[in-house]
Design a protein around this ligand. Structure first.
Ligand code: FNR
Length: 362
């Protein structure tokens, strides 16, 4: 189990499965219902073919980019995932440090086991983005947003695909709950810091399933931070989001944990990019496990991608250094893939990289 020698993300997954308690591994790994979308998130990537160009000087490949004012050493960020201390005692702060050392950025989940304040302190006031679940109790929601804004978070990532939690069957079988000693630290003094009755009941009682577009306007009225909507899958919703003035869109099916048999994110991405038509950046998450996946998402018009589970596997296996190894594998895979495809900078990546015979037969 020397994870420094692991050569791909899958090896981290297998090692994490061996190491973590069944209940925790299943919670991290599962998709909803028959996990059709879970498989499809990765499978659809594998069906897209990259078309290499040759005899281009790729002795220097520059992967740097910028998303909403955040400089990235390569176009990959860390998606918000709940309760990271189940993977490793250090949890969210280890993830932040790994991201920081690799020149990228993370989004803290509302349901984190490290508080908004603690992460920001660890990050010297530069903690990244904050993911928001809108609680039925708007005072709690407002409190989260204003604490995040005050203490240095750079954007609010509003998750819009979770009126209820998708049904992940393993969690029912395992009776999933937050292990003893862990709390949702953003609510440390409130009963809602505990997930005693399981996460589905928690979300059903606490999270506002009546959320609509007008609440986005409410959110804009209580913060000056940029607002990013996460969980858009329909090009029609992307259009509505843009007309409501969002600062970015994350195309996401929540890692296939919400509506099963929804399409993969990479499948809908080109249509969302078309609907948005350059009016805001589009980010993709779901099933990104290879540098070639990142390249494909960017070729389809994404500004950057996010990864969720691979970070949890890295964290479980090796804490901060495990996450660093996961990020550097994807970093190096993307660099090599860009060189082999014949592109030397992010701005040169476009649709022509994707094999489409109809372009050559008309
Ligand atoms: C998530 N995701 C998520 N999203 C969010 O907005 N708030 C959250 O608290 C969580 N929590 C969470 C926990 C776990 C265990 C997983 C796997 C996912 C979704 C996450 O941000 C992201 O959309 C997916 O993880 C991306 O898919 P991959 O990279 O895991 O395939």
């Amino acid at each position: 189990n020397n994870y420094q020698d692991f050569v791909n993300i899958d090896e981290f997954k297998y090692a994490a499965e061996k190491k973590l308690p069944r209940m925790v591994y299943d919670y991290y790994a599962s998709g909803s219902f028959d996990q059709i979308t879970l498989a499809e998130n990765q499978n659809y990537f594998s069906r897209i073919k990259l078309l290499p160009r040759c005899l281009i000087d790729v002795s220097n490949v520059d992967m740097r980019t910028n998303v909403l004012g955040i400089d990235l050493s390569f176009p990959l960020m860390i998606a918000p995932t709940a309760m990271q201390k189940m993977a490793h005692p250090v949890g969210e702060t280890a993830t932040w440090s790994a991201a920081n050392e690799l020149g990228t950025s993370m989004t803290l989940s509302s349901l984190s086991t490290t508080s908004i304040e603690e992460l920001s302190k660890h990050a010297n006031g530069n903690p990244g983005w904050f993911q928001l679940y809108v609680f039925k109790d708007r005072a709690i929601t407002k409190n989260l947003v204003q604490r995040a804004e005050q203490i240095g978070y750079k954007a609010i990532v509003l998750t819009v695909d979770t009126p209820y939690l998708g049904r992940r069957e393993a969690d029912y079988r395992n009776g999933f709950r937050l292990p003893h000693g862990l709390k949702l630290q953003n609510f440390s003094d409130l009963p809602l810091a505990d997930v005693e009755g399981g996460l589905n009941a928690y979300v059903a009682t606490m999270i506002d399933s009546s959320l609509t577009w007008k609440d986005l306007d409410w959110l804009k009225s209580i913060t000056k931070l940029p607002i990013i909507v996460k969980g858009v899958m329909s090009p029609r919703d992307a259009e509505i989001a843009v007309t409501h003035g969002v600062d970015a869109i994350i195309v996401s099916n929540h890692g296939a944990r919400q509506l099963d048999t929804a399409p993969s994110t990479i499948e809908v991405l080109p249509y969302i990019v078309k609907a948005v038509n350059g009016r805001c950046p589009v980010i993709l998450d779901g099933g990104v496990r290879r540098g070639t996946d990142i390249l494909k998402a960017l070729a389809c018009g994404a500004k950057a991608v996010m990864i969720g589970r691979p970070v949890l596997w890295g964290l479980a296996v090796g804490g901060k250094d495990g996450v660093k190894r996961v990020l550097s594998l994807l970093h190096d895979e993307l660099k090599l893939s860009m060189a082999l495809a014949g592109v030397k900078s992010i701005s040169q990546i476009n649709k022509s990289l994707i094999w489409d015979p109809s372009e050559y037969t008309k």
